[in-house]
Design a protein around this ligand. Structure first.
Ligand code: CAA
Length: 409
């Protein structure tokens, strides 16, 4: 077993850390206050090539592995969860699904532009009446010759108002249930497509979160992502990717909370000493560090499985659940360590607290992840697909030595 990063992973981690400290950190407070998307920062991220991180070179990417991608994501989130959301959606919810399910034409048409940041993507699954129950899609796709006509509404869509390209999940044949669902690549300048930002929000204030409206949007059948009826599988694949990056982002939130808390605890004086010298503060610091490191290992195990091309829905759910809840605990402790100043927007603890709250809501609530994990453990529904009951895998690596799990990164 090898815990060491290779030279490339270490270098990418350093690169992302430096960028986060130099370019993101100095803007985060102002962006949060202005509650606006920072286009200038967006251009800087794009110029670094970050959006192409995991894509193969053939599509304009750099082909970094999922371990390096997790570490980059963590660093961005340590500085700013709004920026991390932008980064995660572009890569995990848009690029990777196109890479997995797209035709060669679709890949060549969109991936290089997504990689350079020339276009922004979003993922339209959630609807006013289809949140946790994702299969209950009300958006319809009606075939009309070579076209599909999309009608419906999406909500809580990150990047929704700034996107040029949306993956839209829609029901094409209700009689087939989730097997009638299809996924489409919809260019957002298509007539009938519109978006409206959701504001004000509790956190993620400089991330765009929007509603999407589809009013007789005509999409050519060549824009279908995956096959007819494969849309729910595409959506679940998107979530397997997105949840992984949310988990990595939550590690960044935990690390950010540790960083600000230890600095404050070793400066602030009370009863004639630094508050960090009190054991009750030390207990909070120790718990934050334990959560953060355990979470990072869960993320890196999922990353390891992804890089091996092994299905990892279970391991990703474990990482997402633990890290999101750990980020809540860490942000709660950071506010507590800052005392009254933790309640002030003039100090960073409040922002981590607000921004961290969404981590157990989007991309599957903690309840959904508990359901996925428990039903797998109880043998009710194997999370990693048929032939992958929890009992057959190696509990440490997550690999299935006797019975290889169906390959779905
Ligand atoms: N990968 C591939 N296939 C999968 C899968 C996965 N991860 N999960 C399920 N499937 C397949 C199943 O194998 C099954 O296939 P068959 O019919 O061929 O057997 C099919 O999909 C249906 O599966 P279920 O019966 O398990 O489906 P369900 O309706 O009971 O739902 C669920 C399961 C886990 C609850 C799912 O609905 C779910 O994950 N819900 C939460 C949705 C969610 O996370 N939403 C967040 C939205 S994204 C967002 O936040 C926006 C943003 O911009 C950030």
């Amino acid at each position: 077993m090898d815990f060491e990063l290779n030279e490339e992973q270490r270098e990418i981690w350093r690169w992302a850390k430096e960028f986060a400290d130099k370019e993101i950190m100095p803007r985060v407070e102002e962006n949060d206050k202005k509650a606006e998307f920072d286009w200038d920062l967006y251009k800087k991220i794009a110029a670094q090539g970050f959006f192409g991180a995991v894509l193969p070179e053939k599509y304009g990417g750099q082909g970094v592995d999922f371990i390096a991608y997790a570490l980059m994501t963590e660093e961005i989130a340590r500085a700013c969860s709004s920026t991390r959301t932008l980064f995660s959606v572009q890569i995990s919810l848009v690029e990777l699904p196109i890479l997995k399910f797209g035709t060669e034409d679709q890949k060549m048409k969109y991936l290089p532009k997504l990689a350079t940041g020339e276009i922004i993507g979003c993922f339209g699954l959630t609807e006013p009446n289809a949140g946790s129950d994702a299969a209950n899609q009300q958006t319809t796709a009606k075939q009309d010759g070579d076209y599909f006509i999309l009608n419906g509404q999406k909500t809580w869509i990150s990047n929704g108002s700034i996107a040029n390209l949306a993956i839209v999940i829609a029901q094409a044949d209700k009689s087939l249930g989730h097997k009638g669902i299809c996924a489409f690549l919809v260019e957002t300048d298509t007539p009938g497509f519109s978006a409206r930002p959701i504001a004000p929000k509790l956190g993620l204030k400089s991330s765009d979160t929007s509603e999407l409206f589809l009013d007789n949007v005509r999409v050519h059948k060549d824009q279908m992502l995956g096959k007819f009826g494969e849309g729910f599988k595409v959506a679940m694949y998107c979530l397997d990717q997105g949840r992984f990056s949310v988990a990595a982002g939550a590690v960044g939130v935990m690390q950010g909370c540790i960083d600000i808390s230890k600095k404050y605890a070793m400066e602030r004086q009370a009863f004639g000493q630094k508050i960090g010298e009190f054991q009750m503060i030390q207990q909070m610091v120790a718990d934050m560090v334990a959560d953060c490191e355990a979470g990072r290992f869960l993320v890196l195990r999922a990353a390891y499985l992804k890089s091996k091309g092994v299905r990892n829905t279970r391991e990703t759910s474990l990482a997402k659940l633990f890290c999101a809840e750990g980020a809540h605990r860490a942000a709660h402790s950071a506010v507590q360590i800052f005392g009254g100043y933790g309640f002030s927007e003039e100090y960073p603890a409040a922002r981590y607290f607000r921004d961290g709250r969404v981590l157990s809501l989007y991309e599957g609530t903690s309840q959904i992840h508990r359901l996925i994990i428990a039903q797998d453990e109880l043998g009710i529904r194997p999370a990693n697909g048929p032939g992958s009951p929890a009992t057959t895998f190696d509990r440490l690596s997550g690999l299935y030595p006797e019975q290889p799990a169906p390959s779905m990164v």
